[in-house]
Design a protein around this ligand. Structure first.
Ligand code: HEC
Ligand code: CU
Length: 297
């Protein structure tokens, strides 16, 4: 779809360049030529010719040509019925300031990463839990507003495997910039494996010692870890260790990053909705970080 959008853009660019060159040439010619005597009637006639030709016929033709190419491109991004293999459904919900990603067919939930099979159509059902956000993966095509209380659908298709970058593109508050989405297209078989690994993933052992208590009392109220807590107000942490970044792109997700996030998340991402952990002893936070690093299939 992005390829088609790009083609339409280049076509418009070429045509606009032609018009610019033509108008400039006529303008230079008009400046350079000697004035001729024209009768009033002739002047009106010439005038009218330019208004009708240049002002009505040319723009109408250009718009018709543009629509001939533009409408099919727009339609290819709409979730119209297709024959054969059905598009994969994914629900993406915008939150201030992170992305909830849910695969309704398998019940898998993750956050701040959208994994899709390359080559297959994907219908992304976008919505919002709070304010208006906008779903945009520039290299995969158009954008779609994410509105609270309404579900919009945008169809995407990655032509090849690889990593693409998504970004919220509707100003949604302080940390709008720090609302990045990691998008990865995999071979269908790898994608199936990715889903299968998460489908029945349940943890039985919580964090050890103090950290376990803190998790049950606090973290688990907002965060879900399959098998341990059902919090739904914050990123699902079940596959946390497999994600490339924390805080929707604020910091790399490694041992160091995780420790920093738990201690300094208020500085790293000012205003984010997670309460400060200043009252939790550093060693408990480190214990927590060690355990969070094990949350993976
Ligand atoms: C009031 C709800 C709330 C509580 C309680 C809470 N968090 Fe969070 N947490 C959030 C929100 C919201 C985010 C996402 C912030 C953002 O990126 O804007 C978050 C983000 C995170 C992340 C990064 C996740 C990611 O994928 O980027 C980790 C890790 C995390 N919290 C761990 C914890 C731990 C450990 C505790 C308990 C000590 C805790 N949280 C308590 C709401 C909460
Ligand atoms: Cu935003």
């Amino acid at each position: 779809m992005a390829q088609q959008v790009a083609n339409v853009w280049w076509g418009m660019f070429a045509f606009a360049t032609l018009v610019l060159v033509a108008v400039s040439a006529i303008w230079i010619y008009a400046l350079a030529r000697k004035p001729r005597k024209t009768s009033d009637e002739d002047a009106i006639r010439i005038n009218r010719r330019w208004v009708i030709g240049g002002g009505i016929v040319l723009p109408s033709l250009s718009i018709i040509v543009l629509l001939i190419f533009g409408i099919p491109t727009g339609r290819s991004m709409m979730p119209l019925p297709v024959e054969g293999e059905q598009p994969l459904k994914v629900e993406v919900t915008g939150h201030q300031w992170w992305w909830e990603v849910h695969y309704p067919d398998s019940g898998v939930t993750t956050a701040n990463q959208l994994i899709i099979p390359a080559g297959r159509l994907v219908d992304v059902q976008v919505s919002s839990a709070d304010v208006i956000h906008s779903f945009w993966i520039p290299r995969l095509g158009g954008k779609m507003d994410m509105l609270p209380g309404r579900t919009n659908v945008i169809r995407i298709q990655a032509g090849h495997t690889g990593v693409f970058h998504g970004q919220c593109s509707e100003f949604c508050g302080l940390q709008h910039t720090h609302m990045k989405l990691h998008v990865e297209a995999m071979e269908q078989a790898d994608f199936d494996g990715w889903i299968a690994a998460r489908e029945n993933l349940r943890f039985t052992a919580g964090a050890p010692g103090e950290a376990g208590q803190v998790f049950d009392d606090r973290c688990g109220q907002c965060h879900r870890v399959a098998g341990l807590s059902e919090g739904g107000r914050a990123p699902d942490l079940t596959d946390l260790a497999t994600r490339p970044s924390l805080g929707a792109g604020v910091i790399d997700n490694d041992s160091e990053g995780l420790r920093r996030w738990l201690r300094e998340h208020k500085d790293l991402k000012f205003g984010n909705a997670m309460p400060s952990h200043d009252d939790i002893p550093p060693q408990t936070l480190d214990q927590m970080a060690d355990w969070l690093e094990t949350l993976a299939p």
